[in-house]
Design a binder for this molecule. Sequence first.
Ligand code: AMP
Length: 187
Amino acid sequence: MKLVFLGPPGAGKGTQAKLLADAAKLAHISTGDMLREAVASGSSLGSKVKSIMDAGELVSDNLIVDLIKDRTSHADCAGGYILDGFPRTVAQAEALQQMLKQAGQELDKVVFFSVSEEALKARLENRRTVEGRSDDNVQTQLERLKVYSEKTAPLIDWYRSCGALVSLDATGSIEEVQQELRKIVDT
Ligand code: AMP
């Protein structure tokens, strides 16, 4: 099974992806985690993307698409995967579609995490104060929300028109949302 998790920063995609990936034996591919690891390890990729991530901007489509092409070719992806944080632009979605087509594959579902603005703000504040991620200061979070509306939100209609989009109400507790998610992937 191949899934894409789509939604604003703070919608809970990463938390839900981890739980579902463990339960359904899927690889969890988070481009944000991969890039943060590159920054932490001090690799050349890390030094290239650090300032972009700290500013809340998107790294280049080519770089991310190459990262995904490589990651999805690993053995742990043979049984399926969850893409969390990719694609984030129409160009990335087109590249993904092309990549899958060439391999004679397709996405099973694109799950859109729908969440109210108040819940989103509360979650982002919690993440800032409790988790302390380096790209989670107020300024960066606001920029990431803006970038999401401008560049990523158009993917909702893009995938809806492909018929692959399923909406998930992501406002409940972690357990409630996971339960709803399981229903979606089981049907
Ligand atoms: P995330 O943890 O998914 O919110 O990603 C953290 C940061 O990594 C983003 O703010 C971007 O700077 C970068 N990033 C992650 N995924 C992508 C992507 N698909 N395209 C471009 N930049 C990305």
